[in-house]
Design a protein around this ligand. Sequence first.
Ligand code: ATP
Ligand code: MG
Length: 423
Amino acid sequence: MNDVLPSETPLWQWVEREIREVLESYGYSEIRLPIVEPTALFERGIGDATDIVEKEMYTFADRNGDSLTLRPEGTAGCVRAGLQHGLFYNQAQRLWYAGPMFRHERPQKGRYRQFHQIGVEAVGLAGPDIDAELVFMTARLWRRFGMRGVQLQLNSLGSPEARQRFRGALVAHFAAHADTLDEDSRRRLHTNPLRIMDSKNPGMQELIAGAPPFFDYIDKESAEHFSVLREMLERAGIDYVVNPRLVRGLDYYSKTVFEWITDRLGAQGTICAGGRYDGLIEQSGGRPTPAVGFALGLERLIALLQADDLAPAGARAPDLYLMPLDAGCVAAAMELAESLRDEVEGLKVQTHCGGGGVKSQLKRADQSGARWGLLLGTEELAAGTVSIKPLRGEGAQRTVTRAEAVAWLRKSLAAGHRAPGAA
Ligand code: ATP
Ligand code: MG
């Protein structure tokens, strides 16, 4: 579980802001959800033969002895909230959420126990058009960030009935090679054979590659859905590859599944993953309701932006470092800083706190990275003036009235105002 330090938060804020803007430009609304839910919600929603439920959840008993779990993903909670508040009743919803998720995994680069996702769920829409919209939205994000070389992989998992038939064929294939199955796969052979396809064990890959292709078993409606989706992507100029091995870790997917993958993050190359889960809402006690969504991993996205030098420079330094040169000026300086913030929109003022001589205050001013120092001594205080000292070599120090200082600051900021987070 990582701390995000002040040197990194501007990058996070920038990424989150850009994503939010893109999601909103497609008419998606934010939903904020609890971080803790009853354990049963995830057991039912995600499926108990998945990695998450089998071995990754942070589960504990609360003071009443109720079993609770730190959310390992957002879809189950989002569906619960939508059903509880009637959001899915006779209407479609386009929702997004952001926040920490918790999985007890083996920590490594790109894989953490607390990580952050931005998730999107479109509920109540059955067609391939909405699947395409989600792909367009993510593709737009990558373009906006200037990212290149993230590959879209696409597959269809068909209807539950088609998957049932496929499941039979898979069990037959893997059972015929039972001696080469690893322990996880042997256990899954009869609980969740599809999950064997998702195994990351290199020793299993050959066997997986030899499995029968799902497309031999796909139902007509899902095949049609898939081909319309592909047409829409092609029309939009979005490159993709069909990966028939793509099954996704979660149980509730049907029809479309997709992942955006990079080869520049080592083994943890999936930055965004999603798909259609038409069965989940009914299974959760609602009426049959189609739904599709995705989640993107912020740590992996940010790592990729950093690796490709696409992240803007760190925090914007203060514009102004205000120094009360004398103990008698401190209260007036505090007041001045407040009124400057009132009067000059967007101004970032840092007030020197903790006293000290002129020299030490100027040293702090320099360390702050501020563009200008503002000096308030007893003389300035008596005369109603302030002294402006350029700290980055822009002319000489000068003393002006407060009104002049305000006017000058407004002008200077308007001329050279940098967006927050930008270099
Ligand atoms: P993986 O196969 O890498 O374990 P997953 O299928 O478990 O991924 P999802 O549940 O689909 O992942 O989550 C969506 C995205 O969230 C992933 O594509 C990834 O970017 C991110 N993610 C998932 N687990 C972690 C983790 N432990 N640490 C960091 N990011 C993660
Ligand atoms: Mg996982």
